[in-house]
Ligand binder design. Sequence first.
Ligand code: DSN
Length: 423
Amino acid sequence: MTLPLSHPALSATDPELAALVGAEEQLQAGTLRLIPSENYVSQAVLEASGTVLQNKYSEGYAGRRYYEGQQNIDQVERLAADRAKALFGVDHANVQPYSGSPANLAVYLAFAEPGDTVMGMALPMGGHLTHGWGVSATGKWFRGVQYGVRHDTGLIDFDEVRDLALKERPKLIFCGGTALPRTIDFAAFAEIARESGAVLVADVAHIAGLIAGGAHPSPVPHADVISTTTHKTLRGPRGAMLMSREEHAKAIDKAVFPGLQGGPHNQTTAAIAVALHEAAQPSFRDYAHAVVANARALADALLARGFELVSGGTDNHLILMDLTPKDVPGKVAAKALDRAGIVVNYNTVPYDPRKPFDPSGVRIGTPSLTSRGLTAAHMPTVAEWIDRGVTAARTGDEDALAAIRAEVADLMAAFPAPGLPTD
Ligand code: DSN
């Protein structure tokens, strides 16, 4: 598929870079993107993020800036924050964090001192680096204690979480993560946080769009702070938000600026506002539920083909496959699937005997393919491609991978992606 030239000024000024952007457009258009933390933003979000708003400095908050000329920027930021508050039903929203890791760092700055104990899910169990994992600043500058999932079920053991919290008395407890295929029980975490005197932080980066669309329970009645990126299931630009009850608003704002960041990226704030507007439409509820329905259908089709799935399936947008029974390392499978036009990421599975850079698992998800309009009826085909691709990875059959790539490209051509040029 050859897409039309869509960036005339860029092509004239910097053809080398324009060619790379064009190649990426073709790649995104012609492949099946199964990375669960990725999505396609709408043309409206793309346009908002490429505006002259990026020319403006605006340290501070609306009405309280350190630079003049904020007549429009203040309104943009208020619009984004008000839309976040309305969509998620929170008192306060800070839309300035540059991305998820800085957002989480701001939470540490707001509620903890260096050396304090913090608690989160271990990265190899499905947590996130910034939940106190050792190689992250959050694990170096704080004392991270980590919970996991049970070996037999792949599910969080709340007795273990409670025992750990009562023993360690962390300042912060993070729930949420990057490879959790099951519903997060925010109420259970909140009870443990209350018992142990911790601030509960719900990191809903992966599932924010599902929450907004009513396809996952909301953390709002339970968590002290909600942290999220805006570019995953929420289908906005690369950015983040922190939300809370009014009592924590000042601490969070102070931590984001001047505590951690400088000038907000106003073009991103604008694109977040657009994404939140889109997420408030009835069609986004359909989208969120379709993401989950597609993931369930894909999980069922993979199970029928003998794949082992962590926790036995999924409740949300994400599936974590343990490829040990297929006798293929996750990285080998991921790279072979990439050659077959199916873009995934290799990932540790809980209790993985292999190393994080060469783990046993592959993580997949349905946000992107759902944005293109694929339905549950397509999931047996997707599972078949994955199955054939993993088999080809084991046998080294490049012809089989090339055949899958052609089939994938055919189907993708029939389901144009939002925001990408079409021919
Ligand atoms: N990189 C994100 C993900 O893929 O889940 C987490 O930060």
